[in-house]
Write a protein of this length. Structure first.
Ligand SMILES: *Cc1c(COP(=O)(O)O)cnc(C)c1O
Length: 376
């Protein structure tokens, strides 16, 4: 089965991991600092706080934002459930606003209509790698005294108006899962240019431990002393994985180029096919495409999906609207509330897209899609 996503690990990546394994530090060592500096450079200078997954990045980012019971987070339903779940775990109320019908990205006007005086965070997702109008969301959030969180699990390496993802939002979260644009096996990061948000993020990912003497309540306890002021967890990314990340970051520009070539080849092969829609784009964006979300019209998505799987093409669907999950349904969220997201979901199939996919494999997928859609 041709997978829909797959890591690209080369000899330099392997050597970097081996070197970290042989070093004095398996975790909390210099490879972590080096990876965080490298991410920071790639996103235009904001600080990067590495964590153990994209989900941990969201949990940490919402903690840094200080959300809790009574606060509202406005977000998109067309995402992996973690974008919403991590906010709910802090006790906040998740408010879903609808997406743009063409891109699947959170709609600025729908989000504006969902804002209240309890909104503390607007969380947009760069669906498929296409940045979700980051300057518009930053303005919207700030007009309401809220923070803009950009879930960039799909979009590290993407540019908007020539500027890198990670340079727009108050808090940007990244995922380094193997199918994403670069990998540390499991891993993620929170990016922020705000020193106070960074400090809170670093606290939450490390048990809330306070080590700086001038911030401690009982500094004279002894030289061993560290104290907890707010609860936190352990989301520390080990050096062994951070070393892989630094090596992968060197390849990010090449990954973006190859992902764009594959995306263009799918567009070329499928544009004229009746019964499907190829992905929409925006003139300001130069995406590092994570997904190729094809839309199959006329209620034929499931049929086409099953035929592609039977043909050995490992297609996926991204995503079931987050509030369709029983955990949200049980809280009273009802189907029908975001019609664009539901329509998008009902048509969507993600075709295989990863840097090592060959042109011949892309053409094989195109042929299989054409056969499945036309029935010939
Ligand atoms: C992958 C993903 C996450 C979670 O990242 P993990 O590293 O798998 O925990 C969050 N949000 C979106 C949009 C994702 O695609």
């Amino acid at each position: 089965m041709l997978p829909y996503g797959r890591q690209s690990v080369d000899d330099a990546d392997v050597e970097a991991v081996v070197a970290a394994l042989r070093s004095d530090w398996l975790t909390t060592g210099p490879a972590v600092d080096e990876f965080e500096r490298a991410i920071s450079t790639h996103v235009g200078g904001a600080a990067a706080v590495s964590v153990t997954s994209g989900t941990a990045a969201l949990h940490v980012a919402y903690a840094a934002a200080g959300i809790g019971a009574g606060d509202e987070v406005v977000t998109t339903p067309l995402t992996f459930v973690a974008t919403a779940a991590a906010a709910a775990l802090h006790g906040a109320t998740v408010v879903f606003a609808d997406v743009e019908a063409d891109t699947g990205n959170l709609d600025v006007e729908a989000a504006r209509a969902a804002m209240t005086d309890r909104t503390r965070v607007v969380a947009a997702v760069d669906y498929a790698g296409l940045p979700a109008s980051p300057d518009a969301f930053a303005s919207l959030a700030h007009e309401h005294g809220a923070l803009f969180l950009e879930d960039a699990a799909h979009s590290i390496g993407s540019l908007w108006d020539g500027r890198p993802v990670g340079s727009f939002a108050d808090l940007t979260t990244l995922s380094f899962f193997p199918t994403k644009n670069l990998t540390t096996a499991e891993g993620g990061a929170v990016v922020t240019a705000d020193a106070a948000l960074e400090r809170r993020a670093r606290g939450f990912k490390n048990h809330g431990l306070v080590r700086e003497r001038d911030r401690q309540r009982f500094p004279d306890e002894g030289p061993w002393h560290q104290e907890v002021h707010e609860f936190g967890l352990n989301y520390r990314l080990p050096d062994v994985l951070a070393a892989l990340g630094t090596s992968q970051l060197r390849r990010l520009a090449a990954f973006r180029t190859r992902r764009a070539e594959i995306h263009a080849r799918y567009d070329e092969g499928l544009r004229d096919l009746e019964g499907v829609l190829t992905p929409a784009r925006r003139a300001q964006a130069e995406p590092a495409w994570h997904l190729y979300p094809l839309r199959v019209l006329d209620g034929r998505r499931r049929d086409v999906f099953e035929q592609l799987r039977a043909d050995g093409i490992g297609v996926q669907v991204n995503y079931i609207p987050a509030y369709w999950h029983p955990v949200f349904a049980d809280l009273g969220y009802r189907r029908g509330m975001c019609p664009n997201a539901e329509a998008y979901y009902e048509q969507e199939i993600s075709l295989p897209l990863f840097p090592d996919l060959t042109d011949a494999q892309v053409d094989q997928v195109v042929d299989a899609v054409r056969r499945a859609v036309t029935g010939r």
